[in-house]
Design a protein around this ligand. Structure first.
Ligand code: MN
Length: 309
């Protein structure tokens, strides 16, 4: 099953995708099946639906079979999770990427970090570059794990049972020596989508091809079998520290081939059995601060190499 969020007036509706053969894919609205109204605050109808998904599944399957749909091309898709309790990310989780960044960091030695959940954006949203003269903003092509059943101290044997599904994620990053969290947390720096494919449709998340192109040029191509910390172990590691909640998003790390984004670019991420998402890059205004300006003052505006995440 493919779960989406889409714009419906001022609120985010929840839908599932129906492949309508020759007429193209449709979105079937299942917003009413969530135990939380779509216009509630905070807006967690999607997370509540994920939390109760097992018991709600028969109603969702029935809706998919019986309700009318709207052409997918006519809706504005949003990030498939809008308000997760947290957005975790693994740095340096592919050997070849560590080599290109000349980094001493490794996910199995350094563990995870966090991005702000508010950095999430959707398949219809551009990546908005901050105005940081002299700085490079890089793309990182990553498989996203969406947590289904929460928990703490989850075992390796149980790990896959806690995963709701998978999505495509671009971990956008300002290169530099400042706190990684800040450099990766600008609004729109975590495009997620176009949907969540439920875990039952992914035979082995540790054998998925993934690729990223910029303006049609291949920049990144790898397979998740090259992950240093694999999908199960990412659940084990994270839950040894923090309680995972339904809807939590885990960015699993980027393979080699990271590179700069510029205004006017079109970035496309594709993950086998998950989907494809293309987003434009635009130049925004503002976004600098005393921390970014410190390096410019002291280093002649030369970004300091930093770990890639
Ligand atoms: Mn990353």
């Amino acid at each position: 099953m493919r779960l989406v969020r889409f714009a419906a007036g001022a609120v985010a509706a929840i839908g599932v995708i129906r492949d309508a053969d020759d007429r193209g894919a449709q979105v079937v609205d299942i917003t009413d099946i969530s135990p939380v109204p779509a216009d509630s605050w905070p807006p967690v109808a999607d997370v509540a639906l994920i939390a109760a998904f097992d018991e709600l599944r028969p109603r969702i399957v029935e809706a998919l079979a019986t309700r009318p749909g709207v052409a997918l091309t006519l809706v504005r898709l949003l990030a498939p999770v809008g308000w997760p309790s947290k957005l975790l990310a693994y740095p340096a989780n592919y050997h070849a990427h560590i080599a290109e960044m000349t980094s001493k960091n490794r996910a199995d030695r350094n563990g995870f970090f966090l991005k702000t959940p508010s950095s999430l954006s959707g398949p219809a949203d551009p990546i908005v570059l901050p105005d940081l003269p002299g700085r490079q903003v890089h793309h990182e092509c990553e498989l996203a794990i969406i947590v289904g059943r929460g928990g703490r101290h989850i075992s390796r044997a149980d790990a896959l049972g806690h995963i709701f599904g998978y999505s495509c994620l671009i971990d956008v990053t300002v290169r530099g020596s400042e706190e990684r969290v800040m450099r990766k947390s600008y609004d729109t720096f975590t495009p997620l989508g176009p949907w969540i494919v439920t875990a039952d449709e992914i035979a082995d998340p540790d054998h998925l091809d993934l690729a990223l192109t910029v303006n049609g040029e291949l920049r990144q191509k790898a397979n998740t079998r090259s992950l240093i910390v694999d999908v199960r172990e990412m659940i084990v590691l994270a839950s040894s520290v923090t309680t995972l909640h339904p809807g939590d998003v885990i960015a699993t790390g980027t393979p080699e081939g990271v590179g700069p984004l510029r205004a006017g670019d079109e970035v496309t991420i594709t993950i086998e059995s998950v989907g494809t998402m293309s987003v434009p890059v635009v130049q925004g205004v503002g976004g600098t601060n005393i921390a970014f300006e410190y390096e410019s003052r002291t280093c002649g505006n030369q970004p300091t190499p930093s770990i890639g995440a």
